[in-house]
Design a protein around this ligand. Structure first.
Ligand code: NAD
Length: 494
């Protein structure tokens, strides 16, 4: 290949993708969407009492997909009453082995409808279809399978003691992994014998409401699962309702703090899964090509809309130039564009508001003196898109090193000694996740023990499994989701 420069970005050398293009490979199956989605309460789809709806759009082309019911406090009240009735009359007293059968059924139905759900998720949320298809939906099913197995073995969670469900659980989730976050919440709650009222995020309600159809198909008793769509006010109504004895929230630290304040003095149980600003630490003895794949996965997976994203790269000074060169070469071939194309790596940013937030923080990086590099790739004319972006010359005081960007923007800092890496990694109010790349097992163990993060990945990044508890320290929240620890958060132990 002749060594020349790209037309769109003269600072960049031409790479394979500039000369050769993939043919379009759009996913074309029917996601079986409705034009209007009602609330799922007591086993049926019902119109909101006030008859209010809001539009959900496709962030990749800004066209309307459907009208979504807007639940108010009266609708949330109906959902909570239905959940309480189901808990007292059926679900709370059903033997675990019978409850487990329903969870298995839901898991299998999610697999049966996987393609439909993957497409709906991508249309409504903007994530690349290969991620919805290969990660979100299979993992959601896996959570139901895993928790189905626990339903009749709960006494083994706390040997010698008694466990009991809380009753009605109020759950509020964000938009970055809509169905998967629902599965993280509903599967353990049901396995433990609780009934739920769940509010999806306002930009991504479709797969949650489609999940209502799965509950119907599974023959789940009425009222065990209730889905109330809406925005912040609906979430607040779920959380503050007197019948919700436990609250499980995933979202921003700011809202998490306001929920804590509003529930102070009540005896509601609470788990909060909040934001993050993870350090992904690369030592000079790390397998660098493998590390670069981990860096790319860490920050560009799901357009960086990941709470545990490795958004701060800490690289040892002696290999910083080499890592940066490899990273630039690697991101130059990332494909940004139509999320429905099977070859797309980065799809659309979830909403106009989120795009504005990412743009603002990236601008602050430039203003504060960091050096910005993006791939210069062409973006679609419509929709919300942001190029994979990396910042060098970042200092710890820059906003891009401190604030959660929740987009495809990586801040690169360097360090000389393991102590300096630890000091920088832990110098954040967050504590959700971290990555360590090194050839030395002893260094992995030492770093993992001293990093203040709920999850530490070693020589890999963004690995998830239903058996493995996930959750934060400090302002990243408390409580765990997944594994035995996650299930225990849905039970009282006496
Ligand atoms: P957000 O806090 O704005 O909203 C989350 C959910 O809470 C939405 O459903 C929203 O409608 C609802 N909500 C907003 N205000 C509320 C209120 N006052 N009372 C009750 N509900 C309210 O967050 P977001 O922008 O949707 O999601 C992104 C955030 O979620 C990021 O900070 C990310 O790190 C975090 N997140 C954390 C995890 C984790 O496991 N720790 C996982 C995914 C996302």
């Amino acid at each position: 290949m002749p060594k020349t420069t790209s037309k769109t970005n003269p600072a960049r050398e031409l790479v394979f993708g500039d000369l050769w293009e993939y043919d379009p490979a759009p996913e074309t199956a029917d996601p079986k969407l409705k034009q209007r989605y009602d609330l799922f309460i007591n086993g049926a789809f019902v119109a909101p009492k006030k008859g209010s709806y809001f539009a959900t759009i496709n962030p990749a082309n800004e066209t309307k997909i459907a009208d979504i019911a807007l639940a108010d406090a009266a609708d949330v009240n109906s959902a909570c009453i239905a959940a309480q009735k189901a808990f007292v009359s059926v679900w709370g007293k059903m033997p675990g082995k019978e409850r487990g059968k329903y969870l298995y059924r839901i898991a299998r139905l999610l697999q049966d409808h996987a393609r439909e759900f993957a497409i709906a998720e991508t249309l409504d949320g903007g994530k690349a279809i290969k991620e919805s298809r290969d990660f979100d939906i299979p993992m959601a099913a896996a959570h139901f399978f895993y928790h189905a197995g626990w339903a009749d073995k709960l006494e083994h969670l706390a040997p010698g003691r008694k466990v009991a469900p809380h009753g009605v659980v109020g759950q509020v989730i964000p938009w970055n992994f809509p169905l998967l976050m629902l599965a993280w919440k509903i599967a353990p709650a049901l396995a433990a014998g609780n009934c739920v009222v769940l509010k999806p995020a306002e930009t991504t309600s479709i797969t949650a409401l489609k999940f209502g159809e799965i509950c119907q198909e599974a023959g789940l008793p009425n009222g065990v699962v209730n889905i109330v769509s809406g925005a912040a006010e609906t979430g607040a109504a779920v959380i503050s309702h007197p019948l919700t004895t436990k609250v499980a929230f995933t979202g921003s630290t700011e809202v998490g703090k306001s929920i804590m304040r509003s529930l102070a003095g009540t005896d509601k149980k609470m788990t909060l899964e909040l934001g993050g600003k993870a350090a992904n630490i690369v030592f000079d003895d790390a397998p660098l090509d493998q590390a670069v794949e981990g860096i790319v996965n860490g920050i560009f997976f799901n357009q960086g809309h990941v709470c545990c994203a490795g958004s701060r790269l800490l690289v040892q000074e002696s290999v910083a130039d080499e890592v940066l060169a490899k990273l630039k070469r690697r991101i130059a071939v990332l494909r940004v564009g139509d999320p429905m194309d099977k070859n797309t790596d980065l799809g659309a940013i979830n909403s106009r508001e989120q795009l504005a937030k990412i743009t603002d923080l990236a601008k602050s990086g430039v203003t504060e003196g960091a050096e910005k590099y993006d791939t210069g790739c062409k973006l679609p004319a419509k929709g919300f898109f942001f190029r994979p972006t990396i910042f060098t010359n970042v200092s710890m005081s820059h906003r891009i090193a401190r604030e959660e960007i929740f987009g495809p923007v990586l801040s690169i800092l360097t360090f000389r000694t393991p102590e300096e890496a630890l000091e920088k990694a832990n110098n954040t109010p967050y504590g959700l996740s971290a990555g360590v790349w090194t050839d030395k097992g002893s260094r992995i163990l030492k770093m993992s023990a001293q990093l203040k993060a709920g999850v530490v990945w070693a020589n890999t990044y963004n690995k998830f499994d239903p058996t493995s508890p996930f959750g934060g320290f400090k302002e990243s929240g408390f409580g765990r989701e997944g594994g035995k620890q996650g299930l225990l958060d849905y039970l009282s132990v006496v």
